[in-house]
Each structure stands twice: as C-alpha cells, then as structure tokens.
Design a protein around this ligand. Structure first.
Ligand SMILES: Cc1cc2nc3c(=O)[nH]c(=O)nc-3n(C[C@H](O)[C@H](O)[C@H](O)COP(=O)(O)O)c2cc1C
Length: 195
C-alpha cells in the first residue's frame, strides 16, 4: 500500500485538523481486515453524540460486520457500482431516518441530523485508523424489508467502514480514481458573504 492511498491530503487553502485533512472516501478496502467490537461501538457512540435539532435524534442505525447475515442483507441492497466494491468493507452501517414521530408528526431535520451524525462517525472512524465511504446508491425499500423496519423509519444511506487496501483490488478505472487528486469548489465560491 502506498502512503498516497492511506492519506490523500489536499491543497486546502488553510491548515485543517489532521483528521479532517487526511480523511477521504476509499473504495479499495482490505477484504481480510476486521473492525473490533470496541471500534464499532466507538464510531456508533460518536454518531449518537452528534447534535440534532431540539435533541430529537431522528436517526437509527443498522451496523453489520462482514461475515454476518446482516452484512449480506446490506450488500444485497447496494445499487450499481457500489455493489462492486463495498462488499470488502469491514462493516456497513445503514443510516436510517426517523421521518415522523410516533404521533405521525414530521421530523423536518431528520436528513440534516442523520448526515451530521455520520460526519461524527466518520471522524471517529478516522481516529480509530479506519476509513469511511458513504453511499446514497442503495435500495431503500429492499433494506426496509430486509430489516423489517416500521414505515416511519426510512433507510437513507449506507456507510462502508474499513481498512484501505492497495487500489489494485479494484478494476483499472476505479483504481485510477483512488489516487486522483481530490477537488472542491473554491472557498470564495462556497462562501457567499464573508465580512
Ligand atoms: C450522502 C453521500 C452519498 C454518496 N453516495 C455515494 C455512492 O452512492 N457511491 C459512491 O461511490 N460514493 C458516494 N459518495 C461519496 C462521494 O462521492 C465522496 O464523498 C465525494 O466524491 C468526495 O470525496 P472524498 O469523500 O474522498 O472527499 C457519497 C457521499 C455522500 C456524503
């Protein structure tokens, strides 16, 4: 494995906290690597402690380690290209929205709150020496059925967690993307006003 694949630091315009600077979303996972019970608990605990609107915490998770029936059920519901690489991850975490409360009232910030909790999970995973890749390309209805979720709980993303492997575990095109420069819109385009 090259140092380049472990960390794909960017041309950030400002120095960032190293965990943020070094984070990236690999597809080349080591299919022999495992995540310990403690590491999985740590990343889920980080997600639990993320802020949410009115502290309503409208997010739930299904956490499945490779080699389990739950993991197979998640991989069976990955769409297209995602199915070609995510099966090598050590764990897959389904991010689930609580769309309404038990009285049927909409929880308007559920998407925001779930995303924020997965950002926390991502940073904690990096601190554990792991890498994370979030996916929207999932079969939400298939996941709901597989885990027998009530209607108000809606699968929204699946997040792969694992150990980076050499890009050569992927096909040539996907391997090239693993080492391509990471890009972002310029800061002055993202920040509309700064005074
Ligand atoms: C909500 C969300 C959905 C995503 N869906 C997919 C996906 O289905 N498949 C995939 O390969 N990458 C997916 N990504 C990964 C993004 O493409 C990736 O984060 C982006 O290109 C920036 O790369 P970086 O994370 O390495 O900085 C998703 C990321 C997020 C946050």
């Amino acid at each position: 494995m090259t140092t380049q694949t472990l960390s794909r630091s960017t041309d950030s315009s400002q120095p960032l906290v190293p965990l943020l600077e070094e984070r990236w979303s690999p597809r080349s996972y080591d299919e022999t690597a495992t995540i310990s019970d403690e590491q999985l608990d740590a990343v889920l605990e980080a997600a639990r402690w993320a802020p949410s609107a009115m502290n309503l915490q409208p997010r739930r998770f299904v956490a499945a380690r490779r080699g389990t029936a739950a993991f197979d059920a998640v991989t069976a519901n990955l769409l297209g290209f995602n199915a070609a690489w995510a099966f090598r991850a050590s764990a897959l975490v389904v991010g689930i929205l609580e769309t309404t409360n038990e009285d049927g009232e909409p929880l308007r910030f559920a998407e925001y709150d779930l995303g924020q909790s997965l950002a926390f999970l991502t940073v904690q995973a990096h601190a554990e020496g792991l890498h994370v890749h979030q996916m929207a390309g999932i079969d939400a209805a298939g996941l709901s059925a597989a885990f027998d979720l009530p209607e108000r709980f809606v699968p929204f993303t699946v997040t792969a967690i694992g150990t980076v492997a050499d890009p050569s575990v992927l096909d040539e095109k996907a391997a090239a993307r693993e080492v391509a420069p990471r890009t972002r819109m310029p800061l002055d385009e993202v920040v509309l006003v700064k005074e």
